[in-house]
Design a protein around this ligand. Sequence first.
Ligand SMILES: Cc1cc2nc3c(=O)[nH]c(=O)nc-3n(C[C@H](O)[C@H](O)[C@H](O)COP(=O)(O)OP(=O)(O)OC[C@H]3O[C@@H](n4cnc5c(N)ncnc54)[C@H](O)[C@@H]3O)c2cc1C
Length: 496
Amino acid sequence: MSAVNVAPELINADNTITYDAIVIGAGVIGPCVATGLARKGKKVLIVERDWAMPDRIVGELMQPGGVRALRSLGMIQSINNIEAYPVTGYTVFFNGEQVDIPYPYKADIPKVEKLKDLVKDGNDKVLEDSTIHIKDYEDDERERGVAFVHGRFLNNLRNITAQEPNVTRVQGNCIEILKDEKNEVVGAKVDIDGRGKVEFKAHLTFICDGIFSRFRKELHPDHVPTVGSSFVGMSLFNAKNPAPMHGHVILGSDHMPILVYQISPEETRILCAYNSPKVPADIKSWMIKDVQPFIPKSLRPSFDEAVSQGKFRAMPNSYLPARQNDVTGMCVIGDALNMRHPLTGGGMTVGLHDVVLLIKKIGDLDFSDREKVLDELLDYHFERKSYDSVINVLSVALYSLFAADSDNLKALQKGCFKYFQRGGDCVNKPVEFLSGVLPKPLQLTRVFFAVAFYTIYLNMEERGFLGLPMALLEGIMILITAIRVFTPFLFGELIG
Ligand SMILES: Cc1cc2nc3c(=O)[nH]c(=O)nc-3n(C[C@H](O)[C@H](O)[C@H](O)COP(=O)(O)OP(=O)(O)OC[C@H]3O[C@@H](n4cnc5c(N)ncnc54)[C@H](O)[C@@H]3O)c2cc1C
């Protein structure tokens, strides 16, 4: 957007005062941080390089844990009036078989916490619109997630933020984090089209600049993500989804995972995993050869149409364990701080839960008392672990299984599906982890190894009596593989 088209209020922010907080980035997390702090009476400046509606293939399915966090923040109405599509659970397909995994019962989990000063005038309840119905979200016995066109959701979040009298918005590219002689953060330098490079001062600067964060390294030079795979996405129009209102996870022994979820009445997102950070040179041929044969029949017409249109979009799948926010005057949050595999759609849920916890920890503090704020931020790192580690470890461990590239992983993939087929707690617990409503890393460990032992048992059964010695050997290898794909990540998340 050129300066000529930018509204004057997005250029003219006052740089002669010290703000309580500067928030860099108005993606999913920035507006929530800014709104929460503003409702706590803080004077906030939020910087975004482009306030126009973004067009991205990320952050389109929000798990129930994210929906609950939006309620806690009094921002749930950001899912209204954007033709958002309700999500009631998942369906996993494996070599043509399928198992339904509905979201948890509300009665089995704690009630949503309403944050003081943030929740008011019913802003923790959805409104009625053409696709979101009050009776479904407020009265259904099960939790719900929601899917949407990312840019429309972001526009709603940003509009809620813009309505807060304590918030000043600015459009510009943040180019530097300002520090004093003690190396403490004191603000940010922003390049504003039509105004030039402007320095803004604040007691606390929040880095919410997302997946490709330029400033996460301010925490530590080693705070860089690893990228092991990518997703190639397409929009399917008027697709006939085999399991309406469910996220579809399509697995098989001969192909990489495929995700399908409806994001509006017309549009369905398909994300096809590719086991390398660099996507294939000829995406169309790859789609036809390695993806198309595994697409459920009812989806084929819309899939084929999308392939022929050739509008492919790729994103890297990054992993980044969080680091403690130990720099005075700065807080890194959202994808800038912590990323996991997008397979389980947990990114927004983790980020929003972090915002809830953050507001609880520091929302009532005087930000000019920077030492006190730093103490709370140091603490915050440990308090967020149990919640975030479950979602993060689940995402990477499941990706290893679902993208199985060895016999042991393939056995675990099949064992995992068979485990789900048992029903009862074999689906109830996993879906509570996935939903972001069961922040118990030890329980996750128990369930993951229950899957591993069930896989070993199935393998023994298949081998029969005569194959027992071989099955025992294979069992050891399967167990070692399970330990290898799970424990380093769990330790990394809990100890780091
Ligand atoms: C392929 C893929 C699919 C995903 N699908 C899901 C999903 O279904 N569900 C889910 O929960 N999560 C999903 N995620 C993760 C989710 O998108 C992120 O967790 C979420 O967007 C993080 O929000 P954020 O605010 O931290 O960053 P972002 O949403 O990326 O926002 C960062 C913002 O900062 C702005 N910015 C950056 N640099 C600057 C600068 N220098 N100056 C000013 N502004 C700046 C950007 O313009 C942007 O608006 C997915 C991720 C990927 C890669």
